[in-house]
Unconditional design. Structure first.
Length: 273
């Protein structure tokens, strides 16, 4: 199905292009622009804001998989009911303010940022849109239903809320396994991971973008400055870590991912000491 879709009126798309822009700013060390992006994210996607509530519905529909058929049908039904509680006029005005601020504080070019799951986001938005023809909405709903019941890769775990007990258990197991107390940056990582469930994941994404860039810079610099001290095996291992950091950007923010970053943080601290 080829449908006309205004991506600037897709709240999930607007959120994703801002996250992409933030990543670019961190890599290029553009502090001023990064500050502008962060300010926009916090202003328009703060907890309980109109856009944050809408975004949460899209995230549930887009990130959930491996459901039983009846459960998936119930999720779609409940999501549609939840969507109807949103005030369309309020959403439109909020989007307009966000688009205007992006144009003024950043640039129109940000709308060209590549969003890998754009097609899925467009499908979900059009499924909820009352102006979409009925037959088309039914077909889009069937497409969403198929995705909800599809099996997730066994190694990819959905991000689930973490209780204080689970947090202590996670920290305890990490300390037990690696025999060291958590470093400052590791505590910050875990705290942001826990708090991510109260701010639509903005905090953990902001922290992770900066932390992955820092870790990559630390290892790259060490490899460049002390390469003559490394044997061939160590160089290969360092390059594997750098590749892992690149791959991290494509992984879901689940516990396995957090565990990988914790280990790399330990390695980086050892390199710096």
């Amino acid at each position: 199905m080829k449908l006309k879709h205004n991506k600037k009126r897709n709240t999930a798309f607007l959120y994703e292009i801002l996250i992409k822009e933030l990543t670019k700013c961190i890599i290029s060390k553009d502090t001023k622009r990064k500050g502008a992006v962060v300010a926009i994210l916090r202003e328009h996607f703060s907890k309980n804001s109109a856009l944050a509530r809408e975004l949460e519905i899209y995230k549930v529909m887009n990130e959930t998989t491996s459901l039983e058929l009846e459960t998936a049908k119930s999720l779609i039904s409940e999501s549609k009911l939840e969507f109807k509680t949103l005030k369309e006029n309020e959403i439109f005005k909020s989007q307009s303010r966000l688009i205007s601020q992006i144009n003024k504080s950043l640039s129109k070019g940000i709308f060209n940022n590549f969003v890998p799951n754009y097609k899925d986001l467009a499908t979900i938005v059009q499924m909820f849109n009352s102006s979409t023809p009925l037959k088309t909405r039914v077909m889009l709903e069937a497409e969403c239903l198929e995705r909800l019941v599809s099996k997730r890769d066994k190694n990819a775990q959905a991000l689930q809320p973490v209780s204080n007990l689970a947090y202590r258990s996670f920290v305890g197991k990490f300390n037990e396994k690696y025999g060291k107390t958590l470093q400052k940056e590791q505590c910050e990582l875990l705290q942001n991971y826990i708090l991510s469930f109260s701010d639509n994941g903005i905090g953990i994404k902001l922290f992770m973008n900066e932390e992955l860039a820092r870790l990559k810079a630390t290892i790259t610099q060490s490899l460049s400055e002390e390469k003559d001290l490394y044997d061939e095996h160590m160089v290969e291992k360092a390059q594997q870590v750098l590749q892992l950091l690149e791959d991290c950007k494509k992984q879901p923010l689940d516990r396995a991912f957090i565990g990988q970053v914790l280990k790399i943080q330990t390695l980086a601290r050892e390199i710096e000491s």
